[in-house]
Design a protein around this ligand. Structure first.
Ligand code: MN
Length: 251
């Protein structure tokens, strides 16, 4: 049995405690407590990290980028389109998360991006986003019924041979879906490994790193179902294994 409990940084906005839950999860209030619970259940120690923290990515064993509002399109070379509410854009949060993500990409530090977090990962790697999926992808009823957030609303097809397919032993899964943006051009080193039926990218992996992944759905909302908690279990187990192999390599 391992005595090492990986420290997992969850990067959140500075005013996290001052804001409340919003229908679209703009401030990540809905998802962060469930992410923390999933990490704790998996044997990790979650820690909230805010913009302006004196810490850096290398102080942690892994990073989690939670869901939230839209990334400022200027970070991927576009102007704000009509579907992006300027009031919900937080450029300081974007810059903070992108900086930490780039450090993680450089250092091959394990990282899980969830929903907006997967979009931040893509932008940090030089990719771009679809500013609005035009209402075709997000089931609007999900926004107005919080109970539906923990229910599967569309299937995804998973690339055989991907880490996600290996984890689940499946190339198809039904997932929840609470996003109006999606990945457009992929960032350097990122591979799409899952797609919704309309072609929207639902998961990415960095092939060159041991554990850097993004999912467009919210596994933390569905963690009462084994496959979704498994994603967090595997992150923590793999981080422990990575640490063990790195340590023994140094001896
Ligand atoms: Mn979706």
């Amino acid at each position: 049995m391992s005595v090492f409990s990986p420290k997992i940084a969850i990067l959140v906005r500075r005013n996290y405690w001052e804001s409340g839950a919003t229908p679209g999860n703009t401030n990540s209030h809905r998802s962060v407590p469930d992410i923390m619970a999933a990490i704790l259940q998996a044997g990790g120690v979650p820690e909230l990290i805010f913009q302006g923290s004196p810490h850096q990515a290398s102080d942690f064993d892994a990073l989690v980028l939670p869901g939230g509002g839209d990334v400022d399109p200027r970070f991927y070379g576009q102007e704000l389109g009509p579907a992006v509410d300027p009031a919900t854009v937080d450029s300081e949060l974007d810059a903070f998360q992108i900086e930490w993500t780039r450090a993680a990409l450089q250092a091959r530090l394990p990282l899980l991006g969830i929903c907006r977090g997967m979009q931040v990962l893509n932008v940090a790697a030089g990719g771009s986003l679809v500013q609005d999926l035009a209402g075709d992808h997000l089931p609007q009823r999900v926004l107005h019924d919080p109970l539906l957030r923990s229910q599967a609303v569309h299937p995804i097809a998973i690339a055989p041979g991907s880490a996600l397919a290996k984890l689940w032993g499946a190339t198809r899964m039904d997932v929840n879906s609470i996003h109006h943006q999606g990945l457009d051009t992929l960032g350097t080193g990122l591979e799409a490994v899952a797609w919704a039926e309309d072609g929207v990218i639902e998961a990415v992996e960095v092939a060159a790193a041991p554990w850097q992944r993004g999912v467009q759905f919210h596994p933390e909302d569905m963690r009462s179902q084994q496959p979704f908690q498994q994603l967090f279990d595997q992150l923590i187990a793999d981080v422990i294994e990575l640490r063990a192999s790195t340590t023994s390599g140094k001896l």
